[in-house]
Design a protein around this ligand. Sequence first.
Ligand code: IPM
Ligand code: MN
Length: 353
Amino acid sequence: MSKKIAVLAGDGIGPEVIAETLKVLHAVEEKFGAKFEFNEALIGGAAIDEKGKALPDETLELCKNCDAILLGAVGGDKWDKLPPEERPERAALLPLRKEFDLFANLRPVKVFPALANASTLKAEIIEGGFDIMIVRELTGGIYFGKKGKGNDWASDELKYSVPEIERVAKVAFEIAMKRGKKVCSVDKANVLSSMVLWRETVEKLAKEFPEIELSHMYVDNAAMQLVRNPKQFDVIVTGNMFGDILSDEASMISGSIGMLASASLREDSFGLYEPIHGSAPDIAGQNKANPMATILSAAMMLRHSFGMEKEAKAVETAVNAVLEEGFRTGDIMQKNCKQLGTKEIGDEIAKRV
Ligand code: IPM
Ligand code: MN
């Protein structure tokens, strides 16, 4: 039976990186006899221009009828003049996460050996590579707290409930069981009461996972430890805003934000898959964007939503092979490598699936 994918290309480089990802998914169909149904819909600025709304009802409806969502990127200068709550980032991405209850955001950060010297860290610090899974809570915390505004003040509430913390921590523990069995929970329990609850709840849940080595770290220290010694981490679990910040930091030490994929999952297999990077309006339409983060996000979709492990591996291996053979987009260009455009990199990856 064919898997239905909602394809939301969005703005800026979104359509370009999505086009290459579909190319790769077509290659998966041919190679493995899989069958995907691609259903395109508008989101973000593109949807504002056509439908007057960043997340049109028909887009939501379409997503509800699919098995997974593949998203490019949203936002751009053109819509930055809108009131903040109408901008694509807030009016499309956040409600989409909330509507589908996509509470567990998986952001794998690892060093591709071929890109080791693209990292901003000294070679000796990343030698041998690292492999971190950031599990970010995605539908709660300060992003979705009550907002207040007076004449000369504004506020955002940071609130977490025990079930919200438990479910995301459980995802982190389960992932860790399949990896290095280490979880570092990142909070700010020295200052914030919501984070005291976070720490207590994670601590309690850990009793159900006796094999896991659990540690706790304050977020400021975690930010520092990530650049001091990233190899100490296996799985990191943290709240919405801390996860947002730490994952950008982690992406840079792995080489380029153009390489980082993500999966946003709910309790069942439904998920939203998108690159961590934004819409990069400065390079949009120029065949310069790196499509690898989106292609690797599609690999996560194959794995997490469709249970297609060997197909996911084939895509990841193809990306790796292209890097090993010296093909690069501008963001990860290195000496003695061959720089290619978005489309050409997509071709090279599709060929190797
Ligand atoms: C991310 C992005 C979003 C976030 C923005 C665009 C709303 O930075 O997915 O990391 O803050 O969650
Ligand atoms: Mn972010």
